[in-house]
Design a binder for this molecule. Structure first.
Ligand SMILES: C[S@@+](CC[C@H](N)C(=O)[O-])C[C@H]1O[C@@H](n2cnc3c(N)ncnc32)[C@H](O)[C@@H]1O
Length: 363
């Protein structure tokens, strides 16, 4: 099986799937403990204050223009690189308008006599044109256009330079929750999320930890560190999650043998497969988050080696892989190279049935 084409193709479709599913998760701005007080490029569009206005006529002109542009795509993206077709893009357009308009339901009930009525917007009408052009003409991912991704019960700010968290990665948090259910002490330990990106995994773990549990989330990318810190603050978790910049275990010096849980979704796509990715991913998401070296294994192997030194006895690790062969390779590597250091090594499938995660316990 061709590892990365398949799985990043599946991640690619998960970009689509996640946008397809995002409205099934009900999240209101009131569920966030940090309410942005001013417009900021990193504040999700739907949480920005509705300080702009347009007439209903002008908004409808935008809507008609955007619909025509969207319809013109047909299946061309799908045919070229398995990208979204116009049905999916129309759905995204509806969400985009819902995010941008203060009271989108009122648009449905407006009668023709109200056509001159003023509608409140969360971005200038001119910006809506620019953003939708970027979505269609530049293939800019929808999540960067609206500034967020809905992931588990979180709304995570994302922007260029930080990976859009994928649905399959949500399962890492479930695996961690299972471990905590079996051993309550793990809730009070130190957890580490290596290559945190938007902070998704680290924030989700912090929300299930007990009073004394802590998370260190690291990333080499300064943009990712900035965005993760922003998301940590939005969820008021500054006391529980420390975001540190540096390569893999470098920021963890002094914590050797003290870590209760180590999780990571590292870059794992073989370099040669990067060019074949869907345009939304290959052109816009950070190469640092995708490229795992010649066979996609460089970072995963480095993480396995480090886990031996960082985890305390009984400590748990979970790594996401590109799937199937990478999982088997990793387990074989841990058995042969780190012979007695780990036990209970398991390969866990994602919701699509792809063997995706490797987990284990430090002996
Ligand atoms: C596949 S992304 C995962 C992001 C996030 N954990 C998620 O699941 O959405 C891999 C992350 O590893 C980071 N990364 C790449 N090389 C790194 C390194 N040497 N040290 C630390 N982080 C690194 C990237 O910047 C990126 O944020």
């Amino acid at each position: 099986m061709n590892l990365s084409t398949l799985t990043r193709a599946s991640s690619l479709s998960t970009t689509i799937t996640s946008t397809t599913l995002r409205r099934s998760i009900t999240i209101s701005s009131s569920s966030l403990s940090y309410t942005p007080t001013s417009t900021n490029p990193k504040t999700p569009l739907f949480l920005r204050p509705p300080i702009f206005t347009a007439t209903l006529t002008d908004l409808q002109k935008f809507q008609n223009w955007a619909k025509t542009l969207t319809s013109s795509i047909g299946s061309s993206f799908k045919d070229s690189d398995n990208g979204p077709d116009s049905t999916i893009l129309h759905r995204e357009l509806n969400w985009f308008i819902e995010d941008a308009v203060e009271n989108p339901n009122s648009l449905l009930t407006q009668s023709e006599t109200e056509i001159g009525r003023v509608v409140k917007l969360r971005a200038e009408l001119g910006d809506l044109y620019t953003l939708w052009k970027q979505r269609i003409e530049k293939r800019r991912p929808f999540q960067y256009v609206v500034g967020c991704e809905h992931w588990r019960d979180l709304v995570l700010s994302v922007e260029e330079g930080v990976l859009i968290p994928r649905p399959e990665t949500e399962l890492i948090v479930d695996l961690v929750c299972d471990v905590m259910k079996m051993n309550e002490e793990m809730k009070s330990g130190l957890w580490v999320d290596l290559g945190t990106g938007s902070g998704a995994i680290g924030i989700a773990i912090a929300r299930v930890l007990g009073e004394f549990g802590r998370v260190i989330a690291t990333d080499l990318s300064p943009v990712a560190v900035h965005v993760a810190q922003f998301n940590v603050k939005r969820y008021n978790l500054q006391d529980k999650v420390s975001v540190m910049q540096g390569s893999w275990f470098d920021p963890l010096s002094g914590f050797e043998g003290r870590v209760a849980g180590l999780v990571s979704n590292p870059p794992y796509i073989p370099s040669g497969h990067i060019n074949g990715l869907q345009a939304e991913v290959g052109r816009h998401e950070p190469i640092l988050a995708l490229d795992g070296g010649e066979d996609g294994m460089s970072d995963l192997l480095h993480l396995c080696n480090g886990a031996e030194f960082m985890l305390k006895s009984g400590g748990f690790f979970a790594f996401e892989t590109n799937g199937e062969d990478q999982c088997r390779f990793l387990v074989d590597h841990m058995k042969s190279v780190h012979n007695n250091s780990f036990c209970d090594l398991k390969i866990i499938p994602d919701l699509a049935g792809i063997q995706r995660f490797v987990t284990g316990i430090r002996s």
